[in-house]
Design a protein around this ligand. Structure first.
Ligand SMILES: [Ca+2]
Length: 178
């Protein structure tokens, strides 16, 4: 009974005070990247955590998790959202290898960058913004460039899912049908 109470209390207190970053990493997953910044425009630092399965190889097509973690107190976070269909898989970049090319947080925004292709190269930057009135994150833009590696100055700009910009929620976004 005492043990049960302790467990309950632990669960309750972690909801109130948040948890450390590593506590959000499920068993069998590893951290691919961690980015810090202020997403929800309060005074506390937030983080984007990108996770991969521990068994991931260059040829893997396993989903990668993107977690939005809002700071609650110093080094403590709460989960504000998760999406497994934003960060491209390890083998999704073609001949260029892993297409994940980093992520950034600007005040109230975050962007995930990809780069891939072979003779034809492409980039894709998926950007989300914090919506103050709802406390949610929505798609800001999803665009990139396409060019032939022999003519890198001839760049074509590609706008993906233009109709969803400013509308689709972070949790509902998927790059699968690009
Ligand atoms: Ca914050």
């Amino acid at each position: 009974m005492l043990c049960l109470f302790a467990l309950c209390f632990q669960g309750w207190s972690s909801l109130l005070y948040g948890q450390s970053l590593v506590s959000f990493v499920p068993k069998n997953y590893a951290i691919l990247d961690t980015i810090y910044g202020n997403l929800n425009l309060d005074t506390l630092s937030d983080a984007i955590l990108i996770l991969k399965v521990k068994s991931e190889k260059d040829t893997s097509n396993a989903d990668r998790q993107l977690l939005i973690l809002e700071g609650i107190s110093k080094d403590k976070y709460k989960l504000a959202g998760r999406n497994d269909h934003i960060v491209f898989c390890a083998s999704c970049g073609g001949a260029m290898g892993d297409p994940y090319h980093g992520a950034t947080i600007e005040k109230g925004y975050f962007s995930i960058m990809h780069y891939g292709g072979s003779a034809w190269r492409w980039t894709q930057i998926i950007k989300f913004t914090y919506q103050e009135k709802t406390g949610k994150y929505i798609l800001h833009s999803d665009m990139g460039d396409s060019f032939n590696s022999t003519e890198p100055s001839k760049i074509k700009t590609i706008k993906n899912q233009k109709a969803n910009w400013g509308k689709v929620a972070f949790e509902d976004y998927s790059n699968d049908h690009d």
